[in-house]
Design a protein around this ligand. Structure first.
Ligand code: DON
Length: 602
């Protein structure tokens, strides 16, 4: 049956507008006999990187909250349960879709909500909005901030010093989402995080191992050492992590909103720390921080509307990749075949060529993001793909870009059972950020200043070689690969929310989840679990995961690719809405590369 379905698909693909419905049907046929199944639930579903945090979101759904309440509760809880991955000292991006008009609108007359409503994208019975809560460079940051007198980049200062911390955005972003689009009171949404911080949680084996790995970094900071170590050794599996100072900070936020974090005792604690050494963040920086409501980018991929986050997030790179790959018949060349992997890697290199040279935080100046996705621009770029032969990075870099103007993180996906979807990725960058915990406030600082290009041509912590478009400048946000993504059915009904951690591999992880689901007809479980590849132009090689066959690797080598075996890449958290005529409910899938953490309202 699979072969017949694939053949039918090839035929229908060539035949124009009827394709998309047939495509969806073919997927349904293929879903029945798959070797992996996602978790099913009758109402909503929360997929997150840690189970206690996922349960916090499910509790909001049970209490009548919507996808936004659940995503905000889960992300606040993750700041307590996954402090190596995200935290109040970090930032991120959130993409929401709510059916109809949010009931919270009536209660919210604040200017920030009016601004958010004005950026909404309306489609088929609902509204979509992106919230950019990426950190910003402090006003005192200059483009040469991390250059040593020799002109080389000082990697320690760029990643491990107080200067590596940008002004945090997570609190402002989550509060904006919740106030303008949530249904429940903020105190209720934050309660699980506060309880987890105050009462403590058992340390998991993964957590303990990550503390061990980050030992030298965390032990160098007295506050981090006191929080995560006992008698010189990291907290062991089963021991309790209690975070009273973080609980107090969360309580201040629950009571005072933004002012509970960006002003008052928490801000004073941050400023005292900054003054203790060479930190740049000032009171004015904290007070000036605003989460930005942004209109999502939109493309159609084989008839499915796909929404992504504009720069500085990774959504533009992801949508560019989908547009580049759309006409290639990857289903016919086959999942994980050398021919498919080669085409994908070549597209990845072209997309990263654009990204690394041209993308950056547009700030208040208009950025022609949607024009990068125009037919003419995409066709010109696509014509650079040779399906038989790898084009070395040096060759691509020698040609001018086609359009010339311009390990650790965590993701939450929620389907609320009433048609609402949220995808939210947040991060403090490396595991445990810069390793420095704010004394008296209980959270780690990010080291996201390293996502800027410290010097054009020098690689950052993810090996990304970026240009002037992403230079450090006061008040700017560093370019990110984070790509929370929403996919709709051809009739506009909400379908998939997904996203992933993984540094520069985030965009290619999300790409492969979507190609596996939309092109290869895998169900959500298989789409997430399949082995992945990654290529980012420089270094000029394909990274591959366990599971790609030796003969595919050999054939890739023959096409001219360098190869590098990689550790597991990404950790996609995904949910999917099942249409009523197919039984209703939702699917959830955690990435088997990391711990299982799904929760449902029942
Ligand atoms: O924003 C970015 O692209 C990175 N700072 C994300 C870091 C990350 O995903 C680390 N994790 N696994």
């Amino acid at each position: 049956m699979r072969g017949a379905a694939a053949g039918l698909l090839g035929l229908l693909l060539a035949s124009g507008s009827t394709t998309t419905l047939a495509w969806a049907q073919t997927n349904v046929l293929q879903e029945r006999d798959q070797r992996m199944q996602p978790v099913w639930g009758p109402r909503g579903m929360v997929a997150a990187g840690e189970p206690l945090a996922a349960a916090a979101g499910a509790r909001m759904l049970r209490a009548g909250g919507n996808a936004v309440d659940a995503a905000v509760a889960t992300t606040f809880a993750l700041t307590v349960t996954l402090p190596h991955a995200t935290g109040l000292g970090g930032g991120g991006f959130l993409l929401l879709w709510l059916p109809g008009t949010s009931p919270a609108r009536a209660r919210s007359q604040q200017a920030e909500c009016r601004q958010a409503f004005s950026r909404e994208l309306r489609q088929a019975g609902g509204t979509a909005l992106g919230i950019d809560f990426r950190e910003t460079a402090p006003a005192a940051a200059r483009s040469d901030l991390f250059l040593a007198p020799s002109g080389a980049v000082d990697r320690h200062r760029a990643t491990r010093s107080l200067q590596s911390a940008a002004v945090p955005g997570t609190v402002a972003g989550l509060l904006l989402a919740q106030r303008c689009y949530g249904r429940l009171p903020l105190a209720q949404v934050m309660a699980p995080a506060i309880t987890l911080a105050r009462q403590g949680l058992p340390v998991s084996r993964n957590f303990s191992q990550s503390l061990q790995a980050a030992g030298p970094l965390l032990q160098a900071d007295p506050t981090s050492r006191a929080l995560f170590f006992r008698a010189g050794r990291p907290l062991q599996p089963g021991e309790q992590l209690v975070q009273p100072e973080l609980a107090a900070t969360l309580e201040r936020i629950a009571r005072g909103g933004n002012a509970g974090f960006y002003r008052g005792p928490v801000a004073v604690a941050v400023l005292r720390l900054m003054r203790s050494d060479d930190g740049l963040i000032s009171a004015a920086d904290l007070q000036a921080y605003r989460a930005r409501p942004v209109m999502p980018l939109r493309i159609s991929f084989r008839g499915h509307p796909v929404l992504g986050m504009p720069p500085p997030a990774g959504g533009l790179t992801l949508l560019l990749l989908l547009r580049l790959l759309e006409p290639f018949n990857l289903a016919a060349t086959g999942l994980n075949s050398a021919a498919s992997l080669h085409t994908m890697a070549e597209a990845m290199n072209l997309a990263y060529l654009q990204r690394n040279a041209l993308f950056g935080d547009p700030g208040d100046t208009p950025f022609p993001a949607q024009r990068f996705l125009d037919d003419a621009v995409i066709s010109a770029l696509r014509s650079g793909i040779n399906t038989e032969r790898h084009r070395p990075a040096a060759e691509l870099l020698a040609a001018a870009p086609v359009f010339g103007e311009g390990s650790d993180t965590t993701h939450v996906s929620v389907a609320d059972g009433r048609g609402g979807l949220v995808a939210a990725t947040s991060s403090i960058n490396f595991a445990y950020g810069n390793g420095i915990t704010v004394p008296g406030a209980g959270f780690l600082l990010n080291n996201h200043m390293d996502d800027f290009s410290a010097r054009p041509g020098s690689a950052n912590g993810f090996g990304l070689v970026q240009g002037r478009a992403n230079a450090i400048r006061a008040g700017r946000r560093p370019l990110s690969s984070m790509a929370p993504t929403l996919v709709f059915r051809p009739d506009g009904a909400p379908w998939i929310a997904t996203g992933s951690p993984g540094g520069s591999r985030i965009t290619t992880t999300v790409l492969q989840v979507l190609l596996n689901r939309l092109v290869h007809g895998l169900n959500l479980a298989g789409a997430v679990a399949e082995p992945r590849i990654h290529s980012q132009l420089l270094p000029d090689r394909i990274e591959w995961e366990q599971g790609i066959s030796p003969d595919s690797l050999h054939a890739l080598e023959q096409r001219g690719h360098g190869l590098q075996r990689a550790a597991a890449m990404g950790a996609a958290q995904s949910v999917e809405v099942i249409p009523r005529q197919e039984g209703g409910g939702s699917y959830g899938m955690n990435d088997p590369r990391r711990a299982w953490a799904l929760a449902q309202p029942e």
